[in-house]
Design a protein around this ligand. Structure first.
Ligand code: B12
Length: 251
């Protein structure tokens, strides 16, 4: 089967295009039987047929956790799918360093932080720390970068101060908490402050996090956004290529 030529596609379970999916959710209800019936109605409204309740648990009184298995009626027209992703060619650490040297880059100063009240640092650290992620070294290990990792809970105004002080050319911010759209507020505030200080066009501005993608990042005024499974070399490749192509160093 030539996957590239597939057009109308459904999820794959036991046989091709059988539409099999599994989903989980929690439903408050007065009792177990009501909850099960309500869960079936809900998934039917979602387009799931032949629903099988694989699991129903009551972890908290009158809150029922479900795992449902069924066949979705919807199909995807792959010709209409246009993923929005950062533009770069993925290179290894050595290739990034070689590319930087060839293009006259000595050191790009990078400042990283988790902004607002967000204390989730594991994602940012996995990109920046020398120990790295998924067998790759973090950006601190690259000859062409000087990295300042400011850690968690840095207020956007404080970060902008540091950017000026350290003459940073790239800013890497992480946002994990999305409750009440807190991430959007923090990320927007940072862009506004950078613009007010006339710094926005002088830096490469990148955000990342488990619910961040490139589309959101672009909408918020960032140069790129990276989500789950990003590795340090993705980010390093993007930074050096963006730096050279967009002429950040000339500004
Ligand atoms: C570890 C953890 C914590 C730790 C954090 C410790 C630390 N130093 O980071 C502690 C216990 C402190 C914590 C606290 C809280 N947490 Co928490 N936590 C998690 C957990 C289990 C794992 C997150 C993680 O480390 N993932 C691993 C990393 C490697 O993945 P990642 O972050 O996605 O990073 C990758 C990419 O996204 C990307 N990336 C990330 N950042 C950046 C930045 C840049 C610049 C780039 C380029 C790329 C990039 O690259 C990384 C590698 O690929 C998640 C649940 C889960 N399984 O995801 C919940 C979770 C994130 N936490 C959650 C919540 C609600 C909280 C609390 C509010 C709980 C509470 N009521 O107190 C508090 C908030 C504290 C605060 N002020 O921020 C929710 C968030 C829900 C939401 N979307 O808003 C989650 C999803 C759990 C859940 N299902 O409810 N948490």
């Amino acid at each position: 089967m030539d996957i590239e030529k597939l057009r109308f596609v459904k999820p794959y379970g036991d046989t091709f295009n059988d539409g099999i999916v599994q989903l989980s959710f929690t439903l408050p209800a007065k009792d177990r039987y009501t909850a099960i019936e309500a869960a079936k109605v809900l998934v039917s409204k979602m387009g799931i047929r032949d629903a099988k309740v694989a699991t129903v648990e009551e972890p908290l009184e009158r809150f029922f956790f479900f795992v449902i298995y069924g066949s979705v009626v919807h199909e995807i027209d792959m010709e209409q799918i246009r993923p929005i992703v950062p533009e770069y060619v993925k290179m290894s650490k050595e290739e990034v360093e070689e590319y930087a040297a060839k293009n006259g880059i000595e050191k790009i100063v990078i400042v990283g932080a988790t902004i607002g009240t967000d204390s989730h640092t594991v994602g940012l650290d996995s990109i920046l720390n020398i120990k790295g992620f998924k067998g790759e070294k973090g950006l601190e290990a690259y000859k062409c970068f000087k990295v300042y990792n400011l850690g968690p809970q840095v207020m956007p105004s404080e970060l902008v101060k540091k950017v000026k002080e350290l003459k940073a050319q790239a800013i890497l911010v992480s946002q994990t908490i999305t409750q009440k759209n807190m991430h959007l507020k923090n990320l927007t505030e940072l862009v506004d402050l950078l613009e007010a200080e006339e710094l926005r066009e002088r830096v490469i501005l990148i955000c990342g996090g488990s619910r961040i993608d490139h589309k959101i990042a672009k909408e918020l005024g960032y140069d790129a956004g990276f989500g789950p499974n990003t590795t340090p070399s993705d980010v390093a490749s993007f930074i050096v290529q963006f730096y050279v192509k967009k002429g950040v160093r000339d500004k």
